[in-house]
Design a protein around this ligand. Structure first.
Ligand code: MSP
Length: 644
């Protein structure tokens, strides 16, 4: 049996899980379940990254010891994954003593190889990313990756001879062009390595929350140094499968890492270099996914708009949330969460397309055939429909193998539409009136077959829904059935249906509260209809808070759609300054770009710039929204006029 290994990143325990963590882990679980359907034995590792300065500081801020703090947050991650049906085989914690020993063994081995030497690290450090930067990479003391302030450090450190591996890394990228996905991220990695690698500081001395240096490396200073948290964390991928004693090579030789784009450098540059030093095989695949925003805005604790996955799941259900995350965004690109988009998906894709088809099948099978269906004539009566099934299943499999679940789901939905439209076209109720019981049975068997195939394919994405649909047809989801009914596209010829309650009732209004009234009313990208002012609870602010806002009249000079975004418009706006500003606004559904040129709008001019879809937005355009839509606020005053 083919074996493979999948890892999620191990999550920092400085804070509770959010939608980004849920997304990565669900993608891993989806991949595991899909490979299992293909008959593979798959081992999935997830866990928590518990050492380092960031965790030490967070624990202190919560008045707890780092260990107690890590224990409580790590438990939250673990229980969330259990709740989310994540089928992990190991939940590793970097504070597990077995892991710490493995990390020390790895350090020792690289040291013995001559790849580690002692020196002084002098440079910039971002505690939030736990990442080192050189002078050239840092502007205004800000981290080039996350934008948070960096600190400068000068301390004794052990260095890993990363530069020694530059050539071998470039050769590896060249020889194995399909390892790092997506391609444009691979190109960024190559450019980074080509620009020259500097040796990496892999121990820290200024604090103590980490794995100590192995005994015997530096007898005087052993207790001063702790391992750099990224070295410690990356080693978990092998320590989790036996590294110190006997690495499970049967798994390791087919390893897939799933990571967010922000941590690709660690996985595609440092990690393979460490593995080269350890003389271990390199990963087969490194998939980097994009980032999630909320209502078009970057999520942050300070804004208070972080999506809590547990809250979404409790309000809308885990299955719908898993579907949304995997359907809404092409893997590798950034995605946006909004309740409106989630509700649209539930009502149209889940309630209408799947729920209705299953209900109609059960209803008609019950009414006309007492739930027992049988027909060997599906092909004879419905050759056109049957001919369309195999190519759709093929496209589904290709997209899943290419890690494009959103395309795979599109193909699957074509199959559901085929079933729904066959009912509309052939009108089984009229066929029954005309005593065409044979062709009606064949039609219902066609629908049963479509639903069985959909259930088998849908299992990696929505395991419970898929299992329920299959149970109606008294079938199980397993690799034999996947091979039989999906890969071979065999049809069942009879079935006694076991009814279940309707799936996915329609959602009429949002079930979760929005981040905060102040945030919602200011956010130019929020789409959810706000409650009428009389029922809204306003958070009061003092005049001094209002005075912090710099509101100005702006004149739109240029406006265009942002490619690949359904929501964003990109504006060039004259605010009476020396040069116009670029501002992005999530109002593409409400306005044509051309009609906005020349319009006088109201702008929050002193909002901290943010990047949306990779483009800088230096302000916010104000609008008002009610049930009928959205309108920009407009004032007939010249550009730059202050609004107060
Ligand atoms: N501890 C390191 C990983 C070590 S792996 C050997 C780490 N942890 S993290 O908790 O900060 O982030 C874990 C993952 O969450 C990363 O893949 C990151 O990309 C992802 N996300 C964090 N915020 C995100 C979004 N807003 N959207 C999507 N994913 C994001 O990094």
């Amino acid at each position: 049996m083919k074996k493979s290994y999948i890892t999620s990143p191990i999550y920092y325990v400085n804070d509770v899980p959010h939608i980004g963590h849920a997304y990565t882990t669900i993608v891993c679980d989806m991949l595991k379940k899909y490979r299992q359907l293909q008959g593979e034995e798959v081992f999935l590792l997830t866990g928590t990254d518990e050492h380092g300065q960031k965790i030490e500081q967070s624990a202190k801020a919560h008045n707890q010891t780092p260990q107690a703090y890590a224990d409580s947050i790590s438990a939250k991650f673990r229980s969330l994954w259990e709740e989310f049906d994540i089928d992990f085989d190991l939940f590793i914690r970097t504070t597990d003593s077995a892991h710490a020993k493995s990390a020390q063994t790895a350090f020792e081995s690289m040291y013995k190889k001559g790849d580690i030497y002692k020196g002084i690290y002098e440079g910039w450090y971002c505690i939030s990313c736990e990442s080192h930067f050189t002078k050239h990479q840092v502007t205004d003391q800000k981290c080039p990756d996350c934008g948070k302030p960096t600190t400068t450090i000068k301390e004794e450190s052990y260095f890993f001879a990363l530069s020694k591996y530059e050539k071998r890394l470039l050769e590896w990228y060249e020889q194995c062009p399909d390892v790092i996905i997506p391609k444009h991220k691979r190109n960024e990695v190559i450019r980074f390595v080509e620009s020259g690698l500097v040796d990496l500081s892999i121990t820290r001395t200024g604090f103590s929350w980490g794995v100590p240096l192995p005994e015997g490396i530096d007898s005087e200073n052993t207790h001063k140094h702790i391992l750099y948290v990224w070295l410690d964390a990356l080693i978990s991928y092998i320590s989790g499968i036996g590294y110190k004693e006997a690495l499970r090579l049967d798994l390791w030789q087919d390893a897939t890492h799933i990571v967010g784009k922000d941590i690709l450098r660690f996985h595609a540059v440092y990690w393979p270099a460490f593995l080269m030093s350890l003389e271990l095989p390199l990963p087969r695949k490194i998939y980097a996914h994009g980032w999630w925003t909320r209502d078009g805005v970057k999520m942050s604790k300070s804004i208070g708009n972080v999506v809590n996955p547990q809250e979404v799941a409790q309000s809308y259900g885990i299955e719908a949330f898993r579907y949304f995350l995997l359907r809404e965004v092409p893997f590798g690109q950034d995605g946006d969460f909004s309740q409106r988009a989630l509700i649209e998906r539930i009502n149209s894709d889940l309630s209408n397309d799947i729920g209705n088809l299953l209900n109609r099948l059960i209803g008609m099978a019950q009414k006309y055939f007492d739930l027992t269906l049988s027909s060997a004539d599906i092909q004879r009566f419905y050759p056109q429909e049957v001919a369309k099934i195999a190519p759709l299943l093929q496209k589904f499999q290709t997209a899943m193998n290419d890690m494009q679940p959103h395309i795979a789901l599109e193909e699957l939905w074509q199959l559901l539409r085929l079933g729904n439209s066959a009912i509309s076209i052939y009108e089984p109720w009229n066929m029954m009136k005309q005593d065409k019981s044979e062709s009606t049975q064949a039609l219902l068997m066609l629908i049963s077959n479509i639903l069985l195939k959909v259930a088998l394919c849908l299992y990696p994405i929505m395991p419970k829904t898929a299992t329920s649909i299959a149970s109606v047809l008294q079938c199980t989801i397993d690799s034999q059935n996947f091979e039989h009914y999906v890969v071979q596209n065999t049809f069942i010829e009879s079935s006694t249906l076991k009814p279940i309650p309707p799936l996915f009732p329609r959602i009429e209004s949002p079930l979760m509260s929005e981040p905060s009234p102040a945030q919602t009313s200011l956010s130019n990208t929020s789409k959810d209809s706000s409650p009428a002012p009389s029922t809204q609870t306003f958070q009061t602010i003092g005049i001094e808070d209002f005075q912090k806002l710099d509101l100005r009249v702006g004149v739109v000079l240029e406006c265009q759609r942002v490619p690949k975004s359904e929501k964003l418009l990109q504006f060039l706006i004259d605010l009476g300054e020396s040069k116009p500003r670029q501002i992005l606004s999530g109002i593409a559904k409400y306005y044509n770009p051309d009609e906005l040129v020349g319009k006088h709008v109201c702008v929050v001019a002193n909002l901290k710039p943010v990047k949306l879809m990779g483009l800088l937005s230096e302000g916010m355009i104000l609008s008002a929204q009610d049930d009928e839509g959205l309108a920009l606020l407009s004032v007939a005053k010249k550009a730059g006029s202050k609004i107060s």
